[in-house]
Design a protein around this ligand. Structure first.
Ligand code: NAI
Length: 466
């Protein structure tokens, strides 16, 4: 069943290597962690599979897990996010990797299955997940072995593809999920949406193995989600369209960590930004940051650019797009492609479609006005650009590596969703200070006692909000 790899073009490996060497200079935390643990190889022989955008930065994470001894298989967690040169570099290291930019959904799910299928039909012991699709496949397969009728309820095209894959597994590898799931020691989940899924499964008593919420580390969500998107949203829109942002009216749906980064990105260019929110706290934050807060319907006659950043479904529907200004640009930076109703757009009466270039599509309505949809409604920063820059991903991936080490040490044995201790979060930040020439003030013992912390930290309580 298992094959060595599936990538676009092995001849891209030298380019991948050069890109990865350049990225390493910007990833001090991850490299320091690699250096610290490389000799003791704490992941030696452990089967680790990853489903996380196969980018240049992820290649540095994979190299790190490999240096720590892990036996790795990898795929991307989005059909458009792979950097083919990075995938080729990983394949050239002899690491099984299944990813190319522009995968079909069938390939995507087959690759996810390949990634969890180690030689000898073994499953993974540890998982690095981004959005939770490996976790979903294992849970779905496990549940379907108990009751195959759960596969009859697929609503979307993607759910039908996943159901067909699981049915094939039930035929070709009967009992396999019940055999491999008990061997999973834990998963470390990268993003908000994947963590939301984990908490739902936990609440419904369906979660089958321990999970670490990496997103909850301050050095992840308050950096990657915020400063990462501040950089890469603009990069995605500009690479796709070359449109001038200054002076445009932009709508950002959702003012969470990602929404805040998107707003900063657009405002930095001189755009007028309007926010939509459902949460009064975030709406108040937006308003007191000087932003207008409106409903999407109110924005439709005004806005030139729309960005969804909610992690929620059905944010921009086809009827909204039909009422937008001519040439309005519509994109999503949330994890899944259900924020923008692309299926509804396909089915809209009289609509026509014209592909401008890969991941940039014009949709023309019967009255001849059009909208420009980026990355088919999937993450614009990874579909139309290269994702977040290395420095911020070093923070995220240092957390991922520490989570994998904690799982390997069996620190989380009961099924549940855990977060890394604050002292490690502070350590991740500390590892990145030198690169930015930050000079930290040291607490005196008297000061430490006065505010009730230790001189060496942690400096905040677990519920401090930053
Ligand atoms: P968050 O939970 O901090 O923010 C989401 C916000 O959207 C919340 O304030 C919520 O109240 C709001 N919201 C929910 N439904 C809404 C609706 N119907 N209309 C308007 N606002 C609504 O989540 P975070 O961390 O900002 O992540 C958002 C999404 O971005 C997630 O899917 C996450 O996985 C993804 N993400 C994407 C990244 C990328 O590189 N593209 C990086 C990090 C996260």
């Amino acid at each position: 069943m298992s094959r060595p790899n599936f990538i676009k073009d092995m001849s891209l490996a030298p380019l991948g290597r050069r890109l990865i060497e350049a990225a390493e200079h910007e990833m001090p935390g991850l490299l320091a962690t690699r250096e610290k643990y490389a000799a003791s190889k704490p992941l030696a022989g452990i089967r680790v599979c990853g489903s996380l955008h196969m980018t240049v930065q992820t290649a540095v994470l994979i190299d790190t897990l490999k240096a720590l001894g892990a036996d790795i298989r990898w795929c991307s967690c989005n059909i458009f996010s792979t950097v083919d040169a990075a995938a080729a570099y990983i394949a050239a290291q002899g690491i099984p990797v299944f990813a190319y930019k522009g995968e079909t959904l069938e390939d995507y799910w087959n690759f996810t299955l390949e990634t969890i299928t180690f030689p000898g039909m073994k499953g993974p012991q540890q998982i690095v997940d981004d959005g939770g699709d490996v976790t979903l496949l294992l849970h779905k397969g496990f549940a379907a072995e108990n009751d195959p009728s759960i596969l009859d309820h697929a609503e979307s095209e993607e759910e039908r593809i996943l159901a067909a894959l699981v049915r094939r597994c039930l035929r070709e590898r009967p009992g396999w999920f019940h055999q491999v799931v008990p061997e999973v020691v834990g998963v470390s989940e990268e993003t908000t949406t994947g963590c939301n899924r984990l908490y739902s499964m936990m609440a419904e008593h369906r979660l089958l193995f321990p999970a670490v919420n990496v997103n909850q580390s301050v050095t992840k969500s308050k950096f990657d989600n915020l400063y990462g998107t501040r950089h890469s949203l603009l990069d995605g829109i500009v690479r796709a369209t070359d449109v001038m942002i200054a002076g445009k009216t932009c709508v950002v749906c959702g003012f969470g960590d990602v929404g805040k980064g998107c707003v900063a990105s657009l405002r930095g260019q001189g755009a007028r930004v309007i926010v939509t929110e459902i949460d009064p706290i975030c709406a108040l934050q937006a308003s007191m940051s000087g932003l207008e807060v409106r409903t999407l319907e109110e924005c439709l006659p005004l806005a030139d650019i729309y960005v969804t950043a909610t992690g929620n479904c059905d944010i921009i529907k086809a009827h909204h797009m039909s009422q937008m200004k001519d040439q309005a640009i519509v994109c999503n930076i949330g994890h899944f492609d259900n924020e923008i109703d692309v299926a509804g757009l396909h089915a809209f009466p009289g609509v026509r479609h014209e592909n401008i270039k890969p991941q940039v599509d014009k949709w023309i309505f019967p009255d001849n006005h059009c909208i420009i949809l980026l990355a088919e409604g999937r993450l614009v920063n990874l579909g139309c650009a290269m994702g977040h820059p290395s420095f911020v991903m070093s923070n995220s991936f240092t957390n991922q590596t520490l989570a994998q080490l904690a799982i390997a040490r069996r620190e989380y044995t009961k099924v549940g969703v855990y977060v890394l201790p604050k002292i490690l979060d502070e350590e991740v930040a500390r590892l990145h200070l030198g690169k930015l020439n930050v000079h930290l003030t040291t607490l005196s013992p008297k000061q430490a006692a006065y505010i009730g912390v230790k001189v060496e930290g942690p400096y905040k309580s677990d519920d401090y909000r930053y």
